[in-house]
Design a protein around this ligand. Structure first.
Ligand code: PMP
Length: 403
């Protein structure tokens, strides 16, 4: 099986480690010697609940999640959280400031790509507060509409006491890396956040969750991510929520906040240990296997250095191809994402030749997102350094032949 599989550079759902898939095949038939497959067993069985506990502990340990924060598993994907964070954070703000009008209550959105833009659109749709744009990177880009870089810190304008401050780390569609790592040039301006202790800082980590450490994790109110990029099949959504943001949404609704659907309430899910209703059992199982393997390899620290090397190799080949006139990066240097490298192949029909050539060599799913086109190489955790070397060699060969 191993040698025959193509390399899947897809952006999500994306590649999973083969050893995990092989083990999961066995678990589908006979889960931990129960004789029942993992997709058939009760989510309340002791075997399954211990799986949930070990997934949680793997996330907590590998990411150093502080005791101030709870880990919650839910469904609905990143998109579900575009709504849920608004509703839960508005409920929290209502309990803190019951007398503010909807106009006075503000939600801050940092827009650095199409995912944060979608989240902001949902916030506006839900209402309950006014939406303030902290910065919109598209207005600063070369064509005033695409997202090609993270704006300079002086362009950020935060509100005084917002109900939430939203950003998306690593905007996959456009391949823009918005990091909260202060070492990075495209970093989050923590020093500009409003004064006061507990920031209502919400981060969409869908595309880089478990690919490296989360800097300043304790300063976040909510971090969320779908599993389908780095750690498992679609269907599982992971939340890291500071405890002061796990509030009684019904008490807030009595004060006029928007009622929160029961499956979206952080408190209901947290109080039930993420088992209020039936969870995505198969995704939890496979994510558990992936993170167990990650632990054996050295945890996110291992993946951080592996992913750094992978990205560095691909960007170097891309730059080399740019100087030959074969490629054009979609994002400015310094703003490129580690996880998703996006670029155009220049020349008549060159993109389809690039894709066909890659496919002939067993490299699949390189076509860019439908809204931005071009090529997208996703380098999630399951992509090995050897597989990265194969695409790097192809990038170089293609550039030479098309120079
Ligand atoms: N946020 C980001 C950064 C994403 O990459 C995606 C999906 N690729 C989403 C949100 C939406 O996630 P979902 O499809 O799980 O709703």
């Amino acid at each position: 099986m191993t040698n025959e599989r193509p390399i899947n550079f897809g952006a999500g759902p994306s590649a999973l480690p083969e050893t995990v898939l092989e083990e999961a095949c066995k678990g589908l038939i006979n889960f931990q010697g129960t004789g029942i497959g993992v997709a058939e067993i009760s989510h309340r069985s002791k075997e399954f609940t211990s799986l949930v506990a070990s997934l949680e502990s793997n996330i907590r340990t590998q990411l150093d999640v502080p005791p101030t924060h709870k880990i919650i598993f839910t469904q609905g994907g990143g998109t579900g959280q575009f709504s849920a964070v608004v509703l839960n954070m508005l409920a929290r703000h209502r309990l803190l400031h019951p007398d503010l009008s909807d106009e006075q209550r503000v939600m801050d959105y940092v827009i650095t790509g199409s995912w944060s833009k979608k989240a902001e659109t949902e916030a506006k749709r839900l209402g309950g507060a006014s939406v303030h744009i902290v910065v919109d990177a598209s207005t600063k880009s070369k064509d005033s509409k695409s997202f090609d870089a993270i704006p300079a810190h002086e362009d950020f304008d935060f509100s005084a006491d917002p109900a939430l401050i939203y950003y998306c780390e690593n905007e996959t569609v456009d391949g823009v890396q918005f990091s909260n790592d202060e070492q990075s040039s495209a970093s989050f301006p923590f020093h500009l956040l409003p004064a006061g202790g507990l920031w209502p800082l919400v981060a969409d980590y869908s595309s880089s969750f478990m690919s490296r450490k989360i800097p300043r994790i304790a300063d976040h109110a909510v971090i969320f991510a779908g599993a389908q990029k780095n750690i498992g099949p679609a269907g599982l959504t992971i939340l890291i929520v500071r405890q002061d943001c796990i509030v009684d949404v019904d008490a807030a609704a009595k004060l006029g906040a928007i009622p929160v659907p029961i499956t979206m309430s952080y408190k209901i899910n947290a109080d039930a240990g993420s088992l209020y209703n039936t969870p995505s059992t198969l995704s939890i199982y496979i994510a558990g296997l992936v993170l167990e393997r990650s632990k054996q390899l050295g945890g996110v620290v291992y993946f951080e250095s592996l992913n750094g090397r992978k990205a560095q190799k691909v960007y170097a080949a891309l730059r080399e191809g740019e100087t030959k006139g074969a490629y054009r990066s979609k994002v400015k240097e310094g703003s490129g994402s580690w996880m998703n490298v996006v670029f155009d192949v220049l020349g008549d029909n060159a993109e389809s030749r690039f894709l066909a050539g890659a496919e002939a060599l067993g490299m699949m799913a390189l076509k860019g997102h439908r809204s931005v086109g071009g090529i997208r190489i996703s380098l999630y955790n399951a992509i090995t350094e050897e597989q990265t070397d194969r695409i790097v060699a192809y990038l170089k060969d293609f550039a030479t032949q098309n120079a």
